[in-house]
Design a protein around this ligand. Structure first.
Ligand SMILES: Cc1ncc(COP(=O)(O)O)c(C=O)c1O
Length: 482
């Protein structure tokens, strides 16, 4: 992909794969979409997939598999214990990361559960560049707390900083001093930092931050779920990595960590997860948690077929031609919208295009969930399902007051190898229309609010009849069938 040039220097992201299996989509008319949104309690997690045209909720478990992955799924070694499929997967991970001890788990949050259960005691702190919802939920569930140490500029939506996921090293030193190393359960660095817009971490920063932690005896943990996007940015934005292969960059990153875990719903183009542990003693100290929570040590709650697919997917994640498609489509989408004046998180990251809802609907106060409202408006206007990544995705403070997110984002995830460029054009078209009608969007309030991870199962309602009025305006411009 990176080497193919277009006549007259037009920049178009070009897929280096062809589609051989397709799934038919349908686009419900606007009035139907409005009805479905009401039924879903203004929570896009509650929509049925059949009612969605462009599912940009997540990149998790919805990436397209390759022909090689599908054929590998036909040759699993199915066994409760001692499956050869597991050993094959373990060997592949050892080849890529240089760590030979592997604990399988059914997805990323299951790895986070095991890590938190093993290492976090009440009152402990986990230092990190930025939290991920499930990682934080497991830490706080066990009485721990997180300290987010990303550079201040990492939280600015509009920026030119190439590695917004980098840890602020001064903040890190200060935090270790204040918390004391003894009280820090581990340091977690998240590659392709999800909640700040899929923003990468530099190899240089990883080296420096992990050295500071290691010198103080603090365990270092990499969340590699979004590593493949991060690797693309290391290669294209970091001078040191320019002439390194993706495998060399991966190893250079991995060498800094005691533990690496990932969701294979992202890394590996399949569905599963694993924890890699460098030290044998440490590995054995965690191993009992796998049969307790997941399944036996050679499947960890995963389907053997998925493990076969994953093993092939790990190799594919080491190919520049494969991992560059997502970030290039995302950049195309972001550039197109920025040119129109839509406030987007820049520079474009991995995982998806991120709209800055705080700016887009600046008339909606954070108490009325601006990103949550915008994501619903987008479904009503285009059948596009995005995800709220703002205050709704936070949990309340212990006293019941809102914890306002530092960013109010709408994430339009770009599942890997799934969409075509004309579908991306459709999305930008509907976002532009919505931007021109943004004053019509109003707020939301909870009608049912779960205590934990409320964004998954909560139900909301609009603060006025704005969804009906928005649908009417859309109908006027596009007709009732669109
Ligand atoms: C960075 C990161 N870590 C962990 C997870 C959790 O993984 P899973 O969804 O497989 O539980 C995710 C999921 O989106 C993620 O983005």
């Amino acid at each position: 992909m990176p080497n193919i040039k277009f006549y007259k220097n037009k920049e178009v992201p070009l897929e280096l794969h062809r589609v051989e299996i397709v799934k038919q989509l349908s686009l419900l008319p606007v009035d139907e979409r409005l009805k479905k949104m009401k039924e879903a309690g203004f929570n896009t997690f509650q929509l049925h997939n059949g009612d969605i045209f462009m599912d940009m909720l997540t990149d998790s478990g919805v990436n397209a598999m390759s022909n090689h992955q599908l054929s590998a799924m036909m040759q699993p070694d199915d066994a409760y214990a001692g499956s050869e499929t597991f050993y094959k997967m373990q060997d592949k991970l050892a080849e890529i990361f240089g760590i030979s001890h592997c604990l399988p788990a059914h997805q990323g949050r299951a790895c986070e559960n095991i890590l938190a259960t093993r290492f976090v005691k009440p009152g402990n702190c986990v230092v990190m560049n930025y939290h991920f919802t499930t990682a934080k939920a497991h830490i706080t569930r066990l009485g721990g707390h997180v300290e987010e140490l990303v550079k201040d500029e990492g939280l600015e939506t509009k920026s030119t900083l190439p590695f917004k996921g980098d840890i602020d090293l001064d903040k890190l030193k200060k935090c270790i001093e204040e918390e004391t190393p003894k009280n820090i359960a581990f340091m977690r660095i998240e590659s392709g930092t999800n909640l700040i817009g899929g923003q990468p971490v530099s190899l240089d920063n990883i080296r420096k931050a992990t050295k500071i932690a290691r010198d103080k005896g603090i365990l270092t943990v990499l969340d590699a779920s979004l590593l493949q996007d991060n690797l693309f940015f290391n290669k294209t934005r970091e001078k040191e990595c320019k002439d390194m292969t993706i495998r060399e960059i991966t190893r250079a990153i991995a060498d800094n960590f005691d533990i690496i875990y990932f969701s294979a719903r992202k890394f590996g183009f399949a569905r599963g997860g694993a924890i890699l542990v460098r030290d044998e003693k440490l590995f054995h100290s965690m191993e009992d948690l796998v049969p307790m929570f997941e399944g036996f040590l050679t499947y960890g709650g995963m389907s053997i077929r998925e493990m076969e697919a994953m093993t092939v997917g790990f190799d594919e994640s080491m190919e520049m031609d494969v991992i560059s498609q997502g970030p290039q489509f995302i950049k195309y989408c972001v550039d197109e919208l920025v040119d129109y004046g839509v406030p987007m998180v820049t520079p474009a990251g991995g995982l998806g295009a991120h709209i800055n809802a705080m700016e887009f609907v600046k008339h909606i106060p954070q108490t009325e969930y601006p990103a949550g409202a915008l994501v619903c408006a987008l479904y009503i206007c285009g059948g596009i399902r995005g995800m709220e990544r703002g205050t709704l995705s936070e949990e309340r403070e212990p006293d019941g007051s809102e914890r306002f997110a530092s960013m109010e984002l709408v994430r339009l995830a770009m599942p890997r190898r799934v969409f075509t460029l004309s579908q991306v054009e459709y999305v930008t078209d509907r976002v532009k229309w919505l931007f021109d009608h943004r004053e019509m969007i109003g707020g939301l309030k909870f009608t049912h609010e779960p205590k934990t991870l409320r964004f998954f199962t909560g139900k909301l309602m609009p603060t006025s009849d704005w969804p009906d009025k928005l649908a009417a305006a859309f109908r006027k411009d596009f007709g009732k069938d669109c």
